[in-house]
Structures are given as C-alpha cells and as structure tokens.
Ligand binder design. Sequence first.
Ligand code: FE
Length: 340
Amino acid sequence: MIVRLIRCAFFGLWAGLAGIAHCAESVLNLYTARHYQTDEALYENFTKLTGIKINRLEGKEDELLERIKNEGAASPADVFLTVDAARLAKADELGLFAPLQSKLIEQRIPSHLRSANWAAFSTRARVIVYNKSLLKAEDVKSYEDLAQPKLKGQVCMRSGAHPYNLSLLASIIAHQGEQKAEEWARGVLGNFARPPKGGDTDQIRSVAAGECGVTISNSYYLARLMRSSKPEDKKVVEAIGLVWPNQATTGVHINVSGGGMLKTAPNKEAAKKFLEYLASDEAQRYFADGNNEWPAVPSVKIDNPALAAMGTFKADTLPITALAKNVSLAQKIYDRIGWK
Ligand code: FE
C-alpha cells in the first residue's frame, strides 16, 4: 500500500504536468494461479505498452480464492487469473467477479469460452502419453482404455483432487453419467503403478523411465519437454509417444486458463485494459509461443514448432460451463473410491 501511495504521488504530479495518465491506472494488482515462467514476458509487455505496473501475487487456485473472499471489500485484487474452468466457475459462484462489459473481448473470444463475468484466454488439451517400448498407441487410444484390466500396474496419475483431473472426470460425467464415470475412475485407480504423486511433468518422466506405461498430461507440459534443449528432456521425448484420446468418439478433453475483473477492484480501468490486452494478438501469442497453449482467439497466427509437430486433433466441444457443473460430483467420486 505504501508503495502504491508513493507511485500515485509520483504519477499524479507527472500526470498533472503532462495531462495524461491517472493515478488509479498506474498499477494493477493481479492475483494469479498461473505458474508459468514464460508469463513474465506477457506481463512486462503490458507494462511497456500501458505504463501500468503489475503487482503480482501468485498462489494456488483455492488459496487465492479464499484470500479474495476473506479480504472482502478491502481486497486490493483487481484481476484474478486462474487455470481450469472448475476454478473460474467457483470464483463466479462466490460472486467475486464483476461483469466483463467489454465489446472487444466479446468480439475476440468465442462465446463458448466465456461467461458474463469471465473469459478464457487460452486452451489446453489433456492428452495420453505412453512409453513406446512398453505399449503401442493402439493400446491407449482413449481415456476408457486406461481403465481396462489389461493395463494393470501400468498407469501413473497425479492426484484426483487436482483441478485438471477433476475437470476430466467432470467431462466423463457429462458424457456418460455418474455411474459410468465412477466405473472409469475405479478402473484407472485399479491400474495404478504407484500412488499419485507430483505434477503432469513428473508423470511424463515416470512413463519415459518405464516406471509406468501410460499417463494423462496437459498438452503444454509435453510441448515444453519437446522444445527443451536439455539432454535429459530429449531422452524423455524419445522414449514416449503422444495419443490424442477419444478421436473416434467425443474428442480430447479441453480445458482453459482465464480470468476476470473482481467486483471490489480498486483499479477498474487498469483491470479492463489488462483483460483486453490478454485478448490481443500479442498477448495471445505469448500464451501460445511462450507457454505452449492454444490461443482462445481463433484468428491468431502462432509460431510454435512443438504445437505444430503435435498435429491436428478432434477436440471435445462440451461447453466449459458444463464441466464446472460436475466438478463437485467428480471430487465426491474420487473421494468415494480413494483416488487421493
Ligand atoms: Fe499447469
């Protein structure tokens, strides 16, 4: 707060002389659950373009939500960015977001990737990664295959409580109903090579090392390894194969990263500028070329050799709001069967 007051005094004087800029627009307080190093450049570019300094508070999805809730009307947060539709919907349910009210965002972000109060700015797919010397692509063509008894002791997965796996199960609930979704989760759990631990990249490394034959990972973790020049990462990539799941049926499960302006935002103009910036060609390319996600704005041309090498695929077209609806049931199923 002290820092902000000093900045405001400085900017106020400067603005008075130059007749431009406002104190209230000189900072943006960003709460973000995105955890990618490449986002630094995305934020720096915004400051370069607008002069608005970003005060960033990084944290875990649920911790940030709790914090915003507890801070209430006094919260300094202007914008909340997070990963996964499940978390965006939760923030929305808690009434934390202000209405988007941006013609530009409405024009650029397709309607199935936004609600009245938040927008997705990038998408990612949950793909199957397998060990080429242990399995064939035909063995693991769908999420359903990972639940088949023939893969006993071959599956590595991260925690069921993680949003990425909650949303995946939520999509299976939406497509096949609760009972089939639970059967699927039980089948996968019964095939575990070891108890869940680590993130998606850890699962990929375990597959490459032969600790397990197959896993499910968000696409950008795989693309990151594909673009790495480290010899140990190159070895990982050589040992594994990528499968786009469910191409004959519902398509690969897609999720998003996105955000919105908070109802209590002290710097509303800056928040709107920032959200509109995230929908710009430039920012969209940071998501794609920097963090290996796909742009939410369909017209954006990207230059990412790993995404190009991964090829084209059929995506699940389930609206992200349908995922959000089933997330708490997904958590109940994981709890019930003991996928921790
Ligand atoms: Fe992630």
